[in-house]
Design a protein around this ligand. Structure first.
Ligand SMILES: C[S@@+](CC[C@H](N)C(=O)[O-])C[C@H]1O[C@@H](n2cnc3c(N)ncnc32)[C@H](O)[C@@H]1O
Length: 304
């Protein structure tokens, strides 16, 4: 079961009316999309996901509500092409980033460092690059870079070195094999601070799915797809995604520094967007759903 994070808050911020046209970029198991669909009887929902298994399950849920929706089985990096060939502008766009609980729980997907599985981590199983390729073919410098940048991993150098050494003997095939190599290449005291493989697994997942580049491009395209008065809600789960969101939102909502002291801002420099919210889950939600502890919701509205 996937428990949607910041569900009420994100749906409220989408400011729905019965005719709203909404894009859910991360359909998953349909938690957010179901709530949206219930509130837009005369509107329309476009929902993206690149995971066929998630789509199958969400489609059943949505079908039971109404049929004014279309599921688009592709990466949301294609949002601009996919939406503009259907409609010019929409009222709201939602991103609920990362992987869903069923993706994490299903051992065979290879996302979890707790469960033995082939090294995979592809959200889209038709894609070629998998965690196996990253771990077994990337050069040491590239592994270090990924672990540092995408995992913010302090022991990136020693872990990468350990991986290179281990794969001299044989390929590293499974999640637990990798997890053991990571454990063996960090100091004893570090092993006590949460699972030592967590950051490296996050880094490899981001690399396999190119998550940060894809998100940044899609978010910038999304800004041009909303109508005046339309909103974008973004739920992120780690600081790297959140930083991208914050920077993109700041860039389009702030008056350039050199003009900030002018008594009247010329029209062409007036920001086209306004940041509406930046919130974290309530203590009650964090207590009920541990996955929400690192989540953050940012909302922006098009004003011009
Ligand atoms: C956190 S879950 C969404 C959960 C959903 N909001 C719910 O309430 O059930 C994220 C989903 O987005 C999908 N996803 C992540 N990145 C994607 C991308 N770049 N393109 C398409 N789908 C993506 C994943 O496959 C996953 O199913």
């Amino acid at each position: 079961m996937h428990e949607s994070v910041l569900l009420t808050e994100s749906i409220n911020y989408l400011n729905l009316n019965d005719q709203s046209i909404i894009v859910d970029c991360t359909l998953g198991y349909g938690g957010h999309s179901s709530q949206i669909l219930k509130q837009i009887p005369n509107g329309y929902l476009y929902a993206f996901d690149q995971d066929k298994e998630a789509i199958k399950s969400a489609d059943q849920k949505l079908k039971a509500i109404r049929d004014n929706y279309e599921i688009i089985n592709t990466n949301f990096v294609n949002i601009k092409e996919e939406i503009t060939k259907r409609i010019d502008h929409v009222d709201g766009i939602l991103f609920d980033l990362g992987v869903s609980s069923p993706q994490l729980d299903e051992a065979s997907r290879g996302f979890s460092f707790h469960k033995e599985a082939p090294l995979d981590m592809r959200m889209n199983r038709d894609q070629k690059l998998s965690a196996y390729d990253v771990v077994n073919t990337y050069a040491q410098e590239d592994l270090i870079k990924i672990f540092k940048v995408y995992g913010e991993e302090k022991y990136a150098n020693s872990i990468a070195k350990g991986i290179i050494k281990a794969r001299e003997n044989k390929d590293i095939k499974t999640t637990l094999e990798l997890s053991e190599i990571i454990k063996a290449n960090v100091p004893e005291k570090y092993r006590k601070k949460g699972h030592p493989a967590r950051k490296v697994f996050q880094a490899i997942r981001i690399e396999v799915n190119d998550e940060l580049n894809v998100f940044e491009k899609a978010l910038k395209d999304a800004l041009n797809l909303i109508k005046v008065g339309g909103r974008i809600c973004v739920i992120t789960f780690h600081s790297l995604e959140d930083r991208i969101c914050k920077n993109v939102f700041n860039e389009v909502s702030m008056i350039p520094k050199e003009l900030q002291n002018l008594p009247i801002i010329p029209d062409e420099y007036k920001p086209k967007y306004k940041v509406i919210a930046n919130i974290k889950p309530s203590d009650e939600e964090i207590e009920k759903n541990n996955r929400s502890r690192s989540a953050r919701l940012r909302v922006i509205e098009r004003s011009l």
